[in-house]
Design a protein around this ligand. Structure first.
Ligand code: F6R
Length: 262
């Protein structure tokens, strides 16, 4: 795991955006996995800026989102379809047919999950997966004790995640649908690179456990310790409980120029 600690969320997001942009330039038809929530907003804003100012071209890029609530229409303001179109897709030149987001309204959810998994394989696999992390350590909506071998499937949010996400639903926990569809941990681990973002003190415990704790299903993100190419971009508050923070800063600051955005 490479731990990149930046002063604030903006700087960390910009550093992450440079990694995504480098992939888009080097492999114009890359397959990118995407996350929703508060965390990737600055990353997406920076990618939009790079598209508008620098001509970063998403014309042949394909995307697969991590998750979606079950029972929310695509048009619902809090669906992850709405989130992605509002915050990224409508502002870049991605082709709608290259966008994939689990369908929370599918009549046959297990069948639609199998189709989603197959679509990832047919696309050639995910080159780079963007991840946030739940305060309980979830990645995608793979809540604690999810199998490390899991594939896209239906899951139930923990009460902690329902409480965390109520802020998007007028602060009303009863409006947060507990069932969701999520890519599995096995699917995430198949991505060629994983790029995790985490900001704020509320993520400090989960980040410390993910990076420096034991690999355990109770802390799903800890499986990234087994990934050959996982980068964790965090701000100072999210880094505040890391034992080796000084080491990670020293390594990153000493990276040679040619490795800088790799
Ligand atoms: C959302 C997702 C989740 C979020 C996590 C953090 O697509 O995959 O794992 O990344 O719940 O959410 P925020 O960023 O809102 O703190």
């Amino acid at each position: 795991m490479e731990i990149i600690i930046r002063q604030d969320a903006d700087a960390a997001s910009h550093a992450a955006a440079r990694v995504v942009a480098r992939l888009v330039r080097e492999k114009p038809n890359a397959v990118i996995g995407l996350a929703t929530g508060s965390t990737p907003l600055m990353l997406y804003r920076e990618l939009v800026r790079m598209h508008k100012d620098d001509g970063l071209d998403f014309g042949e890029i394909s995307t697969f989102n991590l998750d979606e609530y079950v029972g929310l229409e695509k048009e619902h303001q809090q669906s992850y379809h709405s989130f992605m179109w509002e915050n990224l897709f409508s502002q870049i030149n991605i082709k709608p047919e290259n966008v994939h987001i689990p369908d929370g309204m599918a009549a046959d959810i297990p069948a639609s999950c199998a189709v989603y998994e197959q679509a990832v394989i047919d696309a050639g696999g995910i080159d780079l997966q963007v991840l946030g992390i739940g305060s309980d350590g979830h990645i995608g909506f793979n809540e604690p004790t999810s199998s490390f071998a899991s594939r896209t499937r239906i899951k139930t949010l923990t009460q902690q995640t329902v409480a965390d996400n109520a802020r998007f639903f007028d602060g009303d926990e009863s409006k947060v649908p507990p069932p969701c569809i999520t890519m599995g941990i096995g699917t995430i681990m198949d991505a060629r690179m994983n790029l995790m973002l985490a900001f704020g003190e509320g993520k400090a415990d989960a980040i410390a456990a993910t990076v420096e704790g034991p690999v355990a299903a109770i802390m799903p993100a800890s499986i990234l310790q087994h990934h050959p190419s996982a980068k964790v971009f965090i701000d100072e508050p999210a880094a505040s409980k890391l034992q080796l923070a000084d080491y990670y800063r020293w390594v990153y600051d000493g990276k040679p120029e040619w490795q800088a955005d790799a």
